[in-house]
Design a binder for this molecule. Structure first.
Ligand SMILES: [Zn+2]
Length: 129
């Protein structure tokens, strides 16, 4: 004795991969009914996004800041020869003054470097000096 109607009602398919689902093992995600595999997959996407956001935010507050190659070179120059003027920096790094100012703004924002005025001339040095 098989009741066809009841059997039909119980069949569900994963809304993502279309796999037939066991009604006892369905997962809800964003209003969709999913199989375990798709549910885990979607959860994993959310999880891998989060640490990256945290990682990026950390780059600006202590720890190991993430610098672009040009910013690394500016920092290097400041460590070896600072304080320097923008003109000196541009000459040594082969970048334009506006490039220097853009990169330097990021370094200052990260509290790695700072500018100051000496004898009416802007100079740039490491933040802690
Ligand atoms: Zn699925």
């Amino acid at each position: 004795m098989i009741d066809d109607d009841d059997w039909e009602v119980d069949i569900m398919n994963c809304e993502k991969c279309e796999t037939a689902l066991d009604p006892a093992e369905t997962y809800e995600h964003g209003g969709r009914t999913l199989c375990e595999d798709c549910y885990i997959e979607l959860k994993a996407v959310v999880k891998t996004c989060d640490p990256w956001a945290v990682h990026t935010a950390k780059g600006f507050k202590g720890g190991q800041p993430i610098l672009t190659p040009v910013q690394e070179r500016i920092m290097d120059l400041l460590r070896r020869e600072g304080p320097i003027t923008a003109e000196e920096a541009c000459g040594k790094l082969k970048i334009t003054e506006s490039e220097f100012h853009n990169h330097f703004a990021s370094l200052r924002h990260m509290e790695l470097a700072r500018g100051f005025n000496k004898d009416g001339e802007s100079r740039y040095t490491l933040f802690g000096e």
